[in-house]
Each structure stands twice: as C-alpha cells, then as structure tokens.
Design a binder for this molecule. Structure first.
Ligand SMILES: [Zn+2]
Length: 188
C-alpha cells in the first residue's frame, strides 16, 4: 500500500467529510476517498470496455458491469504482476472467459494476464495439456500453469453449481466464496 493510500478519508474535525463547503480538511478527505475509488475502478473500466468491444466484434453475449471485474495484483495463472495502464504487454490485465463456449457473464470470467489469455485462446484442457508437453520448451511451463488454472476453475464452477442447488444454508456457499477469493488472488 502506498503512503497516499494510507492517508485517511476522514476529516480530523468532522469525521465523515460532510462539510466540504466550509472545511478544507473535509474537502481534502473527500477528494482522497474519491481518487482512491477512481484508481481502483479505472482498471476495471478499461478491461470491461475492451471485453465489450471484443464481444461485439465476435458476436459473443455480454452481461457484465464494472463491479463484476475484480483485478488481482498478480496474474492468477502465471503469477506475474499485472501492469495497469501503459502500452499493451504480456502483463496487461485481460478478461478470460473460463468456458470459451459461454459468453461474458458473472461466474465465467477471470482477470488474468494478456499472455495467459492469448496462450489459452479457445483451447480445451486436453489441448492445453498436450501443448504443455509438445510446445516450444520455453512455453511448456506456461501451458502447464494454464492447465492447472483451467482445472481449478472447472472445480469452482462445479462447487458453485452445488451451492446454487443447496439453498442458502448450503455449506457449499462458504466453500465457493472461499475458493473464489483464493483462486482470484492465487499469487497475491
Ligand atoms: Zn471537516
């Protein structure tokens, strides 16, 4: 966390910054909170816009909003730090459709690195596993990591299905929530 992020979004006099017209501390605290939220939301917005554009171009259904896009620090597939902003690179965040036969929908997307997304493409698990053995040597480890990612996401989809069937008291809901967070932030 940067020093800037550590600064409070409360006014030292008024607490919640409700007196922005008359109190400069309120105004400063409000702006810190506003900028903090904007910084957090901006990468999600950019990822969403790119994905929506791709969806239109390829005739894929799209049912996501900004709140559905959670950006981890590191690529959950390859473990490399995601680089927000700047020119597109292997480390740019990119929205993967976990099941490429389904659209951009809640539960079927994960923010991963551009490199992982490109290597995965629309391939099946068995195709990726074959590539982890037969691809160029410098790519095999990445394909292996993609296979592991696909297997764990398939497990999560199954757990979520059980949670949905089980009703609100189902222990699968707790397990699904835990795995969802764990898988998103796997290398954070
Ligand atoms: Zn104040």
């Amino acid at each position: 966390m940067s020093l800037y992020n550590a600064l409070p979004t409360l006014c030292p006099v008024h607490g919640p910054p409700k007196n922005r017209q008359n109190c400069r501390h309120c105004n400063a605290a409000y702006m810190r909170g506003y900028m903090r939220t904007a910084r957090r939301k901006r990468p999600a917005r950019a990822i969403l816009d790119r994905a929506r554009h791709r969806a239109r171009k390829n005739g894929v259904s799209f049912a996501l909003s900004g709140k559905d896009i959670l950006v981890p620090k590191n690529c959950p597939v390859l473990g490399i730090p995601l680089v927000i902003g700047g020119p597109r690179s292997n480390a740019s965040p990119s929205l993967d459709r976990i099941n490429p036969y389904k659209g951009y929908a809640v539960g079927n997307v994960r923010v991963i690195s551009d490199r992982a997304n490109r290597l995965k493409g629309g391939r099946s698990l068995s195709e990726i596993e074959a590539l982890s053995r037969k691809a160029r040597p410098n790519q095999r480890a990445d394909y292996k990591a993609i296979a592991i990612y696909m297997e764990r996401e398939a497990l999560l989809i199954d757990v979520k299905r059980k949670a949905l069937l089980g009703g609100s008291a189902s222990p699968w809901i707790v397990i699904a929530d835990f795995l969802e967070h764990k898988f998103r932030t796997f290398f954070d």
